[in-house]
Design a protein around this ligand. Structure first.
Ligand code: HEC
Ligand code: HEC
Length: 376
């Protein structure tokens, strides 16, 4: 069920239609709560007045069920999409494919979006990360916010179960044509992705000739298999979740409370070792912010520059002296730094006062100092 939202995304119409049929049976129509609100789609409630919700008419006639769009899918339609592949092999069909075939298929059907060797980019997720890019060795800090150089979470480092990969590719990829791959093609692609992630099966790395089949695939143990708490897999899953959430130490000070529940030292959910030797540094449990990049402390104006000035000063196309252009800045500094500050604060020609910001004079000077410093 991990990532099942994706399935929903890809087949929203079918699933929504499925929901219609399922819910119609349960509810016998849209429910009206005592506050006058009506359920019209899944869990969200909207007030319906005179057949309208906000500006929009609710199509009461379209369906008797709770959802007012789509149609009820046929049994076959539901069956065709209702594929689950479980870690224990339930739902995983027989088939086979080699790393080499997977490589070829990948080039043909996937690399346009996921880039060569699955390195990702332009918003498309990476399927491996190794040390493919300088500067992306960021698995040390478990930050949620990518801007703080949080860990890069890809199949090899992060996913706890390999079965998800098989299922995901089968039902979701390639993005424009889900469900278009044969089972053998999916095995080949999965083999290729396992190989570029440098994961081993039975202690063996997957070279080009390696042929992956159902039996071997089920032996793949993901490095991050124990990295998620609480453990929700298996028959004890619900109990594990209950125990975890009943222990307030896991996300607070240890007692049930409504305020001051957090003293900054809870035992948080953690991700542990990736096992991929090539990752530098390896994935860790650190929760603190990454150390500021070298030079960042010495350059207090940098962030503001990037947010407010780089749009014009990042190139010389607009006639603005470009950051790093020694000649251009030397020419401007001839009149003295005070005059340069003055022009930055009050504007000159194409330079809007304070670059169009409402920053303090002091802050502007700081940014100018940063720009000048970078252009010496
Ligand atoms: C047209 C672009 C496109 C193509 C072609 C494509 N994908 Fe994707 N892929 C995406 C996008 C976008 C996502 C993220 C979807 C999301 O998160 O909802 C994704 C996600 C994935 C993921 C999950 C990654 C993660 O860590 O969440 C895998 C695995 C994947 N694709 C494999 C493949 C394979 C294998 C192929 C070739 C058969 C392929 N993709 C072709 C666009 C594409
Ligand atoms: C809309 C584009 C634009 C933005 C945004 C902008 N600048 Fe400029 N800036 C210019 C242009 C164009 C010039 C050259 C003006 C001229 O002298 O003809 C310039 C010149 C300057 C100069 C040189 C002034 C001098 O005395 O020669 C400084 C310093 C400067 N900008 C600082 C900043 C700072 C700091 C910011 C952000 C807070 C900023 N600029 C944002 C367009 C911009």
């Amino acid at each position: 069920m991990f990532k099942s939202y994706h399935k929903l995304f890809l087949s929203a119409a079918v699933i929504a239609a499925a929901a219609t049929s399922a819910m119609a049976g349960d509810t016998g129509g849209s429910r009206t709560y005592s506050n006058g609100k009506k359920v019209i789609d899944g869990g969200a409630t909207y007030p319906v007045k005179n057949g309208k919700t906000s500006l929009y008419f609710v199509n009461e006639k379209a369906h008797k069920g709770a959802v007012k769009f789509g149609r009820t899918p046929t049994k076959d339609e539901i069956a065709a999409w209702n594929i689950d592949v479980m870690p224990d092999g339930t739902g995983l069909p027989e088939g086979k494919g080699s790393v080499e075939d997977g490589d070829e298929l990948y080039e043909e059907k996937c690399s346009a979006c996921h880039f060569d060797f699955g390195t990702g980019g332009s918003g498309y997720p990476a399927l491996q990360k190794g040390n493919a890019y300088e500067g992306q060795k960021s698995l040390t800090n478990q930050r949620v916010d990518g801007n703080d150089d949080g860990p890069i979470r890809v199949f090899g480092t992060y996913w706890p179960r390999a079965s998800t990969l098989w299922w995901y590719i089968k039902t979701g990829m390639p993005h424009p044509a889900p469900m278009s791959l044969t089972n053998d093609q999916v095995y080949a692609l999965v083999a290729y992705i396992i190989s570029i992630n440098e994961l081993k099966i039975d202690g063996q790395e997957l070279d080009d000739d390696y042929v992956l089949d159902r039996e071997k695939f089920l032996k793949l143990v993901m490095p991050n298999k124990d990295g998620f708490v609480p453990k929700i897999d298996g028959p004890q899953g619900v109990e594990h979740a209950r125990t975890y959430f009943n222990n307030f130490k896991n996300y607070g000070n240890g007692t049930r409370c409504m305020k001051n529940c957090f003293d900054g030292k809870p035992v948080l959910a953690k991700i542990s070792g990736s096992g991929i030797s090539d990752y530098q540094p390896p994935i860790s449990e650190k929760k603190d912010l990454p150390a500021p990049k070298k030079g960042a402390a010495a350059a207090p104006g940098k962030k503001t520059y990037e947010a407010s000035c780089a749009v014009c000063h990042g190139t010389d196309a607009m006639g603005a002296p470009m950051l790093g252009d020694k000649k251009a800045w030397a020419a401007r500094l001839k009149k003295g730094i005070d005059k340069v500050y003055h022009n930055a604060i009050h504007g000159i020609n194409g330079m809007p006062p304070k670059g169009g910001t409402s920053l303090s004079d002091k802050k502007i000077k700081e940014v100018v100092d940063y720009m000048v410093g970078k252009s010496k």
